[in-house]
Structures are given as structure tokens and as C-alpha cells.
Design a protein around this ligand. Structure first.
Ligand code: SAM
Length: 145
């Protein structure tokens, strides 16, 4: 995927810094970026994992910077969200699987997603649009007072 990006943006090769790494290990520079974008990449993370990642994304943005995320939010209510979470926890305990990162969809409701982004420090968080199972959120990092 990154090879394709590099070939499509060959005219900007000297400005691209492409990194292959685990989100929770790669170091993000402090207050460096105007914009961070994530596409279809966060739906396997639980609340705590998202909160820690969003806090790090927020720290890497300059004041008034934006974080735009599009991802699968297939549930309309927090009840449905809890059912997914329960199924996940049941499967883990039945198979004696330790906490970690797994390929299991943990869709958030729109309210929960807004909540975790706000708790990470973004304000305002705007639910831009929903397309079937996919939603787009635009979040701003406030300027420091
Ligand atoms: C469904 S793909 C979407 C890829 C691309 N953003 C797109 O829209 O075509 C999900 C991507 O998230 C990446 N991903 C998921 N969890 C990750 C993690 N903890 N660290 C780094 N990458 C991760 C996967 O490697 C994969 O490339």
C-alpha cells in the first residue's frame, strides 16, 4: 500500500516520510502536524486503546489542527455496542485468550465515538456523515489557552 502511495506521489518523494509500524509503538512527534487522517483502521480497538491512541494523535497536532476519521460504526445504539463487546469478552474467556489486539470488530455507537474523542481532548467533535455502516468524524484540537 505504501509502495503504491509512493509511486502515485513520486513528484513529492522528497517530502514523504512513510512509516510501517504498530500504532501503539510508533512515536508521534509533538505538535508537528496540521492534520491526521485515519481510514477504516480503528474498529478493532476498545475504549481504552482508542483513548490512548487519540490522546497521542491530539498531542502530535498543532493547536487548531484536525483529526479526521472514517470507520465502521455499524451500531446505532449503545445497547448494540455493548452486545458486540460482550460477545468479544465471552469468546476471549471461552478460549482463554489474554487481553491484546485481535481482528474482532468492536463498532462504537456515534455517541460513544464522540465521547472517546472528546475525552481525548478534541473539541468540537463533529459527526460529519453516515454512509451505511461507515461514519466520518471531524475533530479539532483546541488551541491552548
Ligand atoms: C481495512 S485496512 C484499511 C487500509 C487503508 N487505510 C485503506 O483505507 O485502504 C486496515 C488497516 O489498519 C491497519 N492497522 C490496524 N491496526 C493497526 C495497528 N495497531 N498498527 C498499525 N496498523 C494497524 C492494518 O494494517 C490495515 O492496513
Amino acid at each position: 500500500m505504501l509502495k503504491i502511495l509512493r509511486s502515485k506521489c513520486h513528484f513529492r518523494n522528497d517530502q514523504l516520510n512513510l512509516i510501517t509500524g504498530f500504532y501503539f509503538e510508533v512515536e508521534f512527534p509533538s505538535e508537528r502536524f496540521d492534520l491526521a487522517i485515519s481510514v477504516q483502521s480503528m474498529h478493532h480497538f476498545g475504549f481504552g486503546q482508542k483513548l490512548s491512541l487519540y490522546k497521542r494523535i491530539s498531542r502530535s497536532l498543532v493547536g487548531n489542527g484536525r483529526y479526521i476519521e472514517t470507520d465502521d460504526y455499524v451500531v446505532s445504539t449503545e445497547i448494540e455496542e455493548k452486545e458486540f463487546r460482550k460477545r468479544y469478552e465471552t469468546l476471549k474467556s471461552e478460549r482463554n485468550v489474554p487481553d491484546g489486539f485481535y481482528h474482532f470488530d468492536l463498532p462504537f455507537s456515534i455517541d460513544s465515538q464522540k465521547g472517546v474523542l472528546e475525552e481525548a481532548g478534541f473539541w468540537p467533535v463533529r459527526h460529519h456523515e453516515r454512509y451505511g455502516n461507515t461514519s466520518i468524524f471531524v475533530s479539532r484540537k483546541p488551541t491552548s489557552k
